[in-house]
Ligand binder design. Structure first.
Ligand SMILES: NC(=O)N[C@@H](CC(=O)O)C(=O)O
Ligand SMILES: [Zn+2]
Ligand SMILES: [Zn+2]
Length: 428
């Protein structure tokens, strides 16, 4: 039996227009994309889903997320995290290794893949740690981690402080054609700060996290990437200086790619309403000048992809206040509506630009088979309602994490249904 998605608006890259199509899915693959102008196809005996003129896109890909399992299931687990992802239109997500235990052995990588097979509803690609326990002291066993299914190495949550350790990691990763993904943060430049250096910190008498703490690692690592030839990917770029360094490195043909999060594209430190930990994440919200720089970086291709850095924490943990609460905000269920409303509905970006940065660009950067809507492709598909305005209500998030600064925002672009491997895994 096949499934037909009828009357879907499909973005056409070549013309820059959306066109009404019928899509037939068979055996998990897109078997046919037919012009709706040619009339209704024969759907006899097949399952049908009427998209009713809603956007139909390749499923979104999120290459930076925290699913918290194993070890922090009170924040999120693979079941809740993948459901939250599906509700955000994501069909493939790559999860960070700052779990408990840290994902630093083949056994834990396999655990994540097994749990995903048992309880997950979207594709989950695990990253493994660069160093044992993410302590920066000793490299993990890259070969066995790759063999177990890890797709790259990262100590996300902390920066690799020692340059030689990072260089060794890059050499090893390069020798097995694996990417190194870096959380860029120099600990000697950040001690006990919760927000960026800037107006909010100054107004509240707080110490701030300086931009250099991020950019100094970006600069160091670009030099190491050049020396080792590794594919180096920069996590959650938040500063004007990092954008500048990455732009320069790309001009030299160094194999560097980078990601940016919705919150760093939309919010600055000047938007923080008060000492509320829902506005606390790492890297922190930066100054308006940095926000402008990351937007320009994404627009000119310096920054390749959009990721959420979905980082759920419990209400209890976030209630500890700005100084003591953990860093991180949830991201899956607001990412597309935020970006669509702020950048596409306002005419700043085309719909195609946003879709590309969330589908085919992450697929290109990480060499994934998904991310395109075409005949013969895997049927990972998202249906999105571009017309209905709705308010962000954290209490109704599927994620266990309700920690978001976007509660109450009125947005367009809400996902309505998500297909993974041709199967409807979520609908509103
Ligand atoms: N981004 C965050 O603020 N927090 C992340 C860690 C990280 O991405 O560095 C987390 O694990 O909670
Ligand atoms: Zn990080
Ligand atoms: Zn992260």
């Amino acid at each position: 039996m096949a499934t037909w998605i009828l009357n879907g608006l499909v973005w056409n890259e070549a013309t820059g227009e959306t066109e009404l199509k019928h899509i037939r899915i068979a055996e998990g693959i897109i078997a046919e994309i037919a012009d709706a102008s040619a009339g209704q196809p024969d759907t006899n005996g097949h399952e049908t889903v009427d998209a009713n003129g809603k956007l139909v896109s390749a499923g979104f890909i999120d290459m930076h997320v925290h699913l918290r399992e194993p070890g922090f299931e009170h924040k999120e687990d693979i079941a809740s995290g993948t459901r939250s992802a599906a509700a955000g239109g994501f069909t493939t997500i790559a999860c960070m290794p700052n779990t408990r235990p840290v994902t630093d052995t083949a056994e834990t990588v396999r655990f994540i893949l097994d749990r995903t097979a048992e309880t997950g509803i979207v594709n989950v690609l695990p990253y493994a740690a660069i160093t044992k326990n993410e302590l920066g002291r000793e490299l993990t066993d890259f070969a066995s981690l790759k063999e177990a299914g890890a797709i790259g190495f990262t100590d996300d949550g902390v920066g690799v402080q020692n340059a030689q350790m990072m260089k060794d990691a890059m050499n090893l990763a390069a020798s097995m054609d694996m990417p190194v993904i870096a959380h860029c943060e120099d600990d000697s430049l950040v001690v006990g700060a919760a927000v960026t250096e800037g107006k909010f910190a100054a107004a509240n008498g707080l110490k701030g996290i300086p931009n250099e703490s991020e950019a100094i690692h970006v600069g160091r690592d670009i030099l190491l990437a050049e020396a080792t030839g590794v594919h180096y990917h920069v996590c959650h770029v938040s500063t004007e200086q990092s954008v500048r360094l990455i732009r320069h490195a790309k001009q030299f043909g160094i194999k560097v790619t980078a990601e940016v999060c919705p919150h760093h594209l939309i919010l600055s430190d000047e938007d923080i309403p008060g000492m509320d930990a829902n506005w606390k994440m790492n890297p922190p919200l930066r100054t308006p000048r940095d926000v402008q720089a990351v937007i320009e970086g994404l627009e000119d291709g310096t920054l390749d992809i959009i990721v959420t850095d979905h980082a759920p924490h419990s209400a209890e943990e976030k209630a500890r206040g700005m100084m003591l609460a953990p860093f991180g905000i949830t991201g899956f269920e607001t990412a597309f509506p935020l970006l669509y409303t702020k950048f596409v509905r306002t005419g700043k970006w085309t719909l195609g630009f946003l879709l590309k940065r969330m589908t085919s660009d992450p697929a290109r950067v990480f060499r994934l088979a998904s991310g395109v809507l075409k005949v013969g492709a895997i049927a990972d598909i998202t249906i999105v309602d571009l017309e209905q305005e709705r308010e962000v209500n954290p209490d109704s998030f599927i994620s266990k994490g309700k920690n978001t600064p976007f509660g109450g925002w009125k947005l367009y672009g809400w996902p309505a249904a998500t297909f993974v491997n041709g199967k409807l895994v979520w609908s509103e």
